[in-house]
Design a protein around this ligand. Structure first.
Ligand SMILES: [Zn+2]
Length: 97
């Protein structure tokens, strides 16, 4: 289980991804999250909050054993190369539950 402390450590204490990811989770914009037991690669599809017709693709690699730390991540949004955008954090929070 990924703990909230692990996510806060991953985003270096930035609050904005936590707030934004909560809104994503509550809005239902996070459409699909899959977990592969062999590679622990997470793939997700999320609708953009400002334009629900636009689909964002999120990829997150987590070290073994599950839930290890975030090795790398990417989202197709503008901030997605940092691996710390709200969409990626929403995926991490989703797998916490
Ligand atoms: Zn994003």
């Amino acid at each position: 289980m990924i703990r909230i402390e692990d996510i806060v450590r991953h985003i270096d204490g930035f609050v904005r991804p936590l707030d934004g990811s909560q809104q994503i989770l509550e809005s239902g914009y996070l459409q699909n999250v899959g977990i592969s037991d062999e590679q622990i690669d997470l793939r997700a599809v999320c609708l953009r909050a400002s334009n629900a017709h636009e689909v964002l693709l999120i990829k997150v690699a987590i070290s073994k054993p599950f839930p290890g730390r975030v090795l790398e991540g990417k989202c197709s949004c503008v901030a997605g190369n940092s691996a710390k955008c709200k969409h990626l954090v929403a995926v991490l929070r989703y797998v916490m539950t």
